[in-house]
Design a protein around this ligand. Structure first.
Ligand SMILES: [Zn+2]
Length: 76
């Protein structure tokens, strides 16, 4: 694990072992999100999926989740 400065909680913390998503957005998460904040996002994501009845396999819903994730993790 790599120590990084997490953009969401603004502390030096351990990052993830590997990019959790494919492509550039996965690298963005890997470089700027600690493990604890990623876990928080996972919980938030489950809520969003349930509340909005999303299917992450659908491109449109996936994009929506990536967008919310970037906001939640302060990656923008
Ligand atoms: Zn964090």
């Amino acid at each position: 694990m790599v120590e990084l400065r997490c953009r969401r909680c603004d502390s030096a913390a351990e990052g993830l072992d590997a990019a959790p998503l494919p492509g550039a957005v996965g690298q963005l998460v890997l470089a700027g999100t600690c493990g604890a904040c990623w876990d928080l996002w996972r919980e938030e994501q489950v809520k969003l999926i349930n509340e909005n009845k999303l299917s992450p396999a659908k491109a449109e819903d996936y994009e929506f989740l990536v967008d919310r994730m970037k906001g939640f993790l302060k990656l923008e």
